[in-house]
Design a protein around this ligand. Structure first.
Ligand code: FER
Length: 253
């Protein structure tokens, strides 16, 4: 089902899909794409299909300034993305077929999921993080992001990170303020974090370090693959399937 939600007057283009055999209630996972991405990217579709194969409903949507949603790329910020994710979680938690809610995301969408996850901790069963872009706050504070260099104390009006990657300075201001340590410390639920060894966009040590600081995190290292899993997407979906199918309370009757 394709539909629109609104966050602060901005349209969010959403796709909600339920697994083919429909039990009364089922878990639902909201999945966020990354910087310059959209809800229909190959790795996102594979993640959502795997979740549905495991009995989850999935809700993917285009975030502010991306895909078919409102706002311009130039004006997007991670705090607007967190607001979008919270709006979608609040919508999803009101759906009568939802037994529990998971939030996941890739790269900048993974970072967004970490931050929105703390804002809506009480509504969420857990987080599914795919190569989360955990270095963005430090990069913004140091003055270096995706190859772009700037003075972190004198934020420029715009920063150009490539031909179609012009960002307002507010992206950097907003990113500088992110308290990622608090987001990790304050989320006590289960977390799956998957990261590939040859990720040139978000080096794997960021994933390893983040996983080590969560209270309850399963870390899966994907050998010989890239930021968007161009070579071994099947290993990513295998790890996801194994994680969501594993009983989370092994001692429960
Ligand atoms: C950066 C590193 C990663 C950055 C953005 C990303 C804007 C996000 C990547 C993605 O979401 O795929 O320095 O700066």
């Amino acid at each position: 089902m394709q539909f629109s939600l609104y966050d602060e007057g901005v349209t969010l283009d959403c796709v909600l899909e339920r697994p083919s055999d429909l039990p009364e209630k089922q878990p639902l996972a909201v999945i966020l794409h990354g910087f310059t991405g959209n809800k229909d990217e190959r790795h996102l579709l594979a993640i959502c299909q795997t979740l549905r194969d495991c009995g989850f409903a999935t809700l993917r949507f285009d975030l502010y300034g991306h895909g078919k949603s409102g706002g311009t790329f130039r004006d997007h910020t991670i705090s607007k993305w967190v607001s979008n994710a919270v709006a979608v979680i609040d919508y999803a938690s009101g759906l009568d077929f939802v037994s529990e809610l998971w939030l996941g995301g890739h790269s900048q969408g993974g970072l967004t999921a970490m931050l929105a996850g703390v804002e809506r901790r009480e509504r969420l069963a857990g987080l599914l993080l795919f190569s989360p872009a955990c270095m963005i706050p430090e990069g913004a504070r140091r003055g270096s992001l995706l190859g772009g260099v700037f003075d972190p104390k004198h934020i420029p009006d715009v920063i150009c990170l490539g031909p179609e990657r012009i960002l307002d300075g507010n992206y950097l201001r907003s990113a500088q303020k992110i308290d990622i340590e608090a987001a990790i410390r304050d989320f006590d639920g289960p977390v799956l974090l998957i990261h590939a060894t040859d990720d040139a966009t978000v080096p794997i040590h960021w994933g390893e370090q983040t996983a080590a600081h969560y209270q309850n995190c399963t870390f899966v290292r994907i050998e010989d693959d890239t930021h968007c899993y161009d070579r071994h997407l099947d290993r990513v979906t295998d790890a996801l399937r194994a994680y969501v199918q594993k009983p989370r309370h092994p001692d429960a009757p």
